[in-house]
Design a protein around this ligand. Structure first.
Ligand code: G6P
Ligand code: MG
Length: 231
């Protein structure tokens, strides 16, 4: 794993909370979202590529459809039925999900953070977040879950992170967000949070720390990385 930190000066962090995005951070359901949209797009004859799927990361179901349509007008009734159909495909794929579907390092990092007294939450735009966490068997590990039902304004607005951090009694400067999506990194920065960007869809210029995945990330490496920024 390669870890890079952004070169800016900031105040010394006292970290009380970790907030995890779900799809693409805790488990690889970002791939299922992609495959479900791809199936719908193929059936409707709409061009759809991995690049567009990356742009959909972190976006609400409605905003993802907007990306897919790329300006093509559709009636509201059609939009509703397409979102429902995509979700049906996605739900079918979720049946494959088991506790083995956690991404590398996630279970270890969660238990290490808990032992260090850090409060844990999931903050995901997905309306299926509880179902996914339940299938992964990790729902009891989190003190709070913010999902696609929690706030009105989706990412890149900071509302979901602020709402979820509030459930943990943490202010943004005491909380680290783990995100694989541009919209999520932007939301975290807009809320004044520390951000760990994960994977190739986000850049190290935007996130305070950037990692390829969570396999080698520890509580110490995060706090150390943020302290370097505070010097
Ligand atoms: C996550 C994913 C997005 C997805 C959104 C809504 O944030 O990154 O790709 O569109 O959740 O998911 P849902 O399960 O409600 O359709
Ligand atoms: Mg994500």
């Amino acid at each position: 794993m390669c870890m890079t930190t952004r070169d800016t000066a900031m105040t010394h962090p006292h970290i009380r909370a970790f907030l995890f995005d779900l799809d693409g951070v805790i488990t690889d359901t970002a791939e299922f979202h992609y495959l479900a949209w791809k199936k719908l797009a193929a059936e409707e004859g709409i061009p759809f590529s991995r690049g567009e799927a990356d742009a959909m990361r972190g976006l609400s179901r409605r905003d993802s459809l907007r990306v897919l349509l790329n300006g093509r007008p559709v009636a509201e009734e059609t939009a509703q039925s397409w979102m429902l159909r995509k979700n049906d495909y996605y739900l079918q794929m979720l049946e494959q999900l088991t506790p083995d579907s956690l991404l590398p390092g996630v279970r270890r990092l969660l238990s290490e953070a808990r032992d260090a007294g850090i409060h844990l939450a999931v903050a995901s735009a997905s309306r299926n977040a509880h179902l996914v966490l339940d299938r992964l068997g990790v729902l009891p590990l989190f003190d709070a879950v913010g999902d696609g039902h929690s706030v009105v304004n989706p990412k890149p607005a900071p509302d979901l992170f602020l709402w979820t951090a509030g459930r943990l009694n943490a202010n943004p400067r005491q909380a680290v967000i783990f995100e694989d999506a541009r919209a999520g990194v932007d939301a975290a920065l807009a809320g004044g949070f520390w951000v760990v960007g994960i994977g190739s869809a986000v850049t190290s210029e935007r996130a305070h720390i950037h990692v390829s995945d969570l396999s080698d990330v520890t509580v110490t490496s995060i706090v150390r990385g943020l302290t370097v920024l505070s010097d």
